[in-house]
Design a protein around this ligand. Structure first.
Ligand code: NI
Length: 246
């Protein structure tokens, strides 16, 4: 016997799959205005920076991070893994509801450059469909695991590819003090910072960096907002590492 809840989920998934078949994922039908992306808010003067978090969500650490970001009124971008979405659906809905951007980091953290077309679509499109069923949208940017890709990856992406320009390699030592000082020494207007929201030390790093950069006058925006602020439209299959001022 299939419960009504399961039937609803199956129905939502079917609708999402139909919607995906009908429309291209990207680019947007029309360039989004800064006001639309920022929710009608006034645009403060820069500098701007985008915090991005890979490999989550993880309930304990991602919840602590979302709490800290909310206290500071700061938005970020999360490139999530499909198998970590399972069981953390409420966390994803919280992220979306609080204005954070959610992107694709494959279903099982695979090196996209090593996959044939079938496996590529299983890794990327399945995650896209899972997120679409959960969040009711399908315009997710892509971050390839390890930043590894090739021309086939770009051709198959059906999404802008977002890399990074500041990387403290937080996975290597879980040392908040070292990570914070590296980021604060490196960061410039338009940078995209890479962290992982699956380590407690990285959450501490992120929140300390937020406090320090807010004090320096930086504004934290999602990657999508950064494009809008720079007046640039993200394109399918194109690779972006940072969005400095012109
Ligand atoms: Ni990763």
């Amino acid at each position: 016997m299939i419960s009504w809840k399961k039937r609803l989920q199956a129905g939502a998934l079917t609708l999402a799959v139909l919607a995906l078949a009908a429309a291209p994922y990207w680019p947007w039908e029309e360039p989004r205005t800064v006001q639309a992306v920022l929710g009608g808010a006034n645009i403060p003067d820069g500098p701007y920076v985008a915090l991005t978090f890979d490999d989550g969500p993880r309930n304990s650490t991602t919840t602590a991070l979302l709490d800290g970001l909310a206290q500071r009124g700061v938005l970020a971008t999360f490139f999530v893994i499909g198998e970590n979405v399972e069981g953390n659906e409420l966390l994803l809905q919280r992220m979306e509801g609080e204005g954070h951007q959610i992107g694709l980091h494959t279903y099982h953290h695979k090196v996209l450059a090593e996959l044939n077309a079938t496996d590529f679509y299983a890794e990327v499109d399945e995650l896209r469909a899972t997120l679409s069923a959960l969040l009711g949208r399908e315009d997710f940017m892509l971050r390839p695991p390890y930043g590894m890709m090739n021309a086939a990856t770009q051709a198959r992406a059906a999404a802008p590819i977002i890399l990074w320009s500041v990387d403290p390699e937080d996975w290597s030592d879980r040392n908040t003090e070292r990570q914070v000082s590296l980021i604060l020494n490196d960061v410039r207007d338009g940078d995209i910072i890479l962290l992982h929201d699956i380590y407690p030390a990285s959450v501490d790093t992120a929140l300390q960096v937020v406090d320090a950069l807010l004090a320096r006058g930086f504004h934290f925006v999602t990657v999508e907002q950064l494009f809008a602020i720079r007046g640039r439209t993200p394109e399918n299959g194109k690779v972006y590492r940072q969005l400095p001022p012109e």
